[in-house]
Design a protein around this ligand. Structure first.
Ligand SMILES: [Fe+2]
Length: 230
């Protein structure tokens, strides 16, 4: 078991299950994970505009411990590279929505909020979720140069969302483990906003730059079904 500052997490254990005729898997959690084509030129442009913005903006405080966190209006920045990231997010959203609606998809309006995280040595993000959102994600602009001595440096990690899944039921429990991803430049992850996640302390040379985002969708039935509170 490994302790990560404010949280106790387990390292990932490979889970290999033979699913037979009488065994099914319940409660899967979809994680979109793709290195996007053409990321190099886009990221060069992003680094340039992010560094310029950071020089003139104090940023805000969210789950980040240290580092620079921009406001949530990244997608309002007028720049072709920003527009490309928006197209990538929309394509990923379409894909995961088709997957999770049995092919129905979603055709209405939603909101997309995005922000930049710039981390230096020792900076990290506490475990958190993104309330009131549907899908959340991250795009990696520059993962920096993590130290070989710290294999988990700058990794994003996800906690098993099933309550009580860490309870020991066998000598080697495959449930309740933490899943970590070592990010690479140009990679995009998207996951349900309720999934708890954090970022381990960055221990390396240079800056680690990522763009995080939330997708919010209206619930058309909500207004009509809400009782009037007086
Ligand atoms: Fe997050």
């Amino acid at each position: 078991m490994e302790t990560n500052n404010n949280s106790v997490v387990k390292t990932s254990t490979p889970m290999e299950l033979e699913v037979g005729e009488d065994i099914s898997l319940w409660w899967p959690t979809p994680i979109y994970d793709r290195v996007l084509e053409g990321w190099k030129d886009v990221n060069l442009e992003l680094i340039s505009i992010i560094m310029e913005k950071k020089e003139n903006d104090a940023g805000i405080q969210r789950s980040n411990i240290g580092g620079w966190h921009s406001d949530e209006q990244f997608f309002a920045w007028k720049n072709p590279a920003v527009e490309q990231v928006r197209r990538w997010v929309k394509a990923a959203f379409k894909e995961v929505t088709l997957l999770t609606t049995n092919g129905s998809g979603f055709s209405g309006q939603g909101n997309l909020l995005g922000w930049v995280n710039v981390s230096e040595m020792g900076d990290y993000n506490n475990v958190h979720i993104h309330p009131n959102c549907v899908w959340s994600g991250v795009y990696y602009v520059e993962v920096g140069t993590p130290s070989d001595k710290r294999p988990f440096s700058g990794q994003i990690y996800f906690l098993d969302p099933r309550s009580g899944s860490g309870y020991q039921i066998a000598p080697f429990n495959v449930f309740g483990n933490c899943k970590s991803i070592k990010p690479q430049n140009g990679q995009m992850l998207m996951f349900p906003s309720w999934l708890q996640h954090g970022v381990r302390p960055y221990d390396g040379e240079g800056e680690r730059i990522s763009i995080a985002f939330n997708i919010l969708l209206p619930n058309p039935g909500m207004a009509a079904s809400m009782p009037v509170v007086t």
